[in-house]
Design a protein around this ligand. Structure first.
Ligand code: MEV
Length: 309
């Protein structure tokens, strides 16, 4: 029977999360080590999903999947196919609730698979528009950064309502993403920053602007191959994220440990309050050693990866 496949990688934010929601730039990196593969199969009846997080008809899917359900129905409408006779098999290696863009990766792989199923080309504009439908449910007011990074194969520089730019690196960089083990909810995290902004607008606004400034410097550091400086900027950004209330004890512990073990810089990545850290290693050998140490220290998962020039 007719089947079609769509894939998507995940993403990590290097710097600028949260500030990007409030108009500052952010830099994010496609993260190819984990991703999602979706297969669409023609199966008569209502639209069904088969995944580790839900198995059954979409009409009975739990509320957390509202975004993806809406995304499937909007995609069918867009493609002009009836919303029936589809089995959507989702295979994801992106852990949800860890700031790695799992919701956007799932949405993008599902949309791509539906376009393939209809033998239609998916323009980047269509892809982003449809994926942002799902993201709006998942995050409330997403900046659009996750979907942009997941559809890119280069680091992205993004500021809301501006065209995305790609960053050209001056050198290879060795990063490690490590999971604190706790789940974070990006939506709650984003809302908590918005609330802080209401209660102390002046103070919080200056923190957000400061993150924007650090992000501008980080772009230069990436382009000019100054990784020592980049590391310092990541550490500075972490300080600001802590004052925004989005870091927690588990993240702080991993970050401190990574720095003690020689990371040039370390910070949370993504929504925070649970989820992952990103650490910049000195070089390839150090990256492997640090990854092993983080594992032994108790990180729930560790992904060393190189960002090629
Ligand atoms: C989530 O990966 C990044 C945040 O900045 C939210 C967003 O950009 O929509 C926290």
């Amino acid at each position: 029977e007719k089947t079609a496949i769509g894939i998507a990688h995940s993403k990590v934010i290097l710097i600028g999360e949260h500030a990007v929601v409030h108009g500052q730039p952010a830099i994010a990196i496609p993260f190819p080590l984990i991703g999602v593969e979706t297969e669409i199969e023609y199966v008569p009846g209502t639209v069904k999903m088969d995944s580790t997080f839900y198995h059954g008809p979409l009409q009975h899917a739990p509320k957390e999947l509202e975004g993806i359900v809406e995304c499937v129905s909007k995609s069918c409408e867009y493609l002009g196919i009836p919303y029936k006779d589809l089995l959507i098999r989702i295979n994801s290696s992106v852990p949800p609730g860890k700031g790695l863009g799992s919701s956007a990766s799932v949405a993008i792989s599902v949309i791509r698979s539906l376009f393939h199923y209809c033998e239609r080309e998916c323009s980047p504009e269509d892809l982003l528009k449809l994926a942002n439908v799902a993201e709006t449910y998942a995050h409330g007011a997403p900046s659009g950064l996750d979907t942009l990074t997941i559809t890119s194969d280069k680091p992205v520089w993004y500021k809301k309502d501006n065209p995305v730019e790609h960053i050209e690196l001056g050198e290879d960089l060795h990063f490690i993403v490590a999971d604190s083990g706790r789940f974070g909810d990006t939506r709650t995290s984003v809302e908590s920053v918005a609330n802080l902004l209401k209660t102390a607008p002046h103070r919080i606004h200056s923190k957000i602007e400061r993150i924007g400034e650090l992000t501008h410097h980080a772009k230069e550091a990436l382009e000019k191959a100054s990784k020592q400086f980049l590391g310092q900027l990541l550490n500075e950004a972490q300080k600001e994220l802590e004052t925004l209330g989005v870091s927690d004890a588990g993240l702080n512990k991993l970050i401190r440990f990574a720095r003690e073990e020689g990371a040039l810089g370390a910070k949370l990545t993504g929504g925070g309050n649970g989820g992952c850290i990103i650490a910049l290693a000195q070089n390839e050998v150090h990256s492997k050693q640090l990854a092993e140490k983080l594992r032994r220290f108790g990180a729930a998962a560790v992904w060393p990866f190189v960002l090629k020039k």
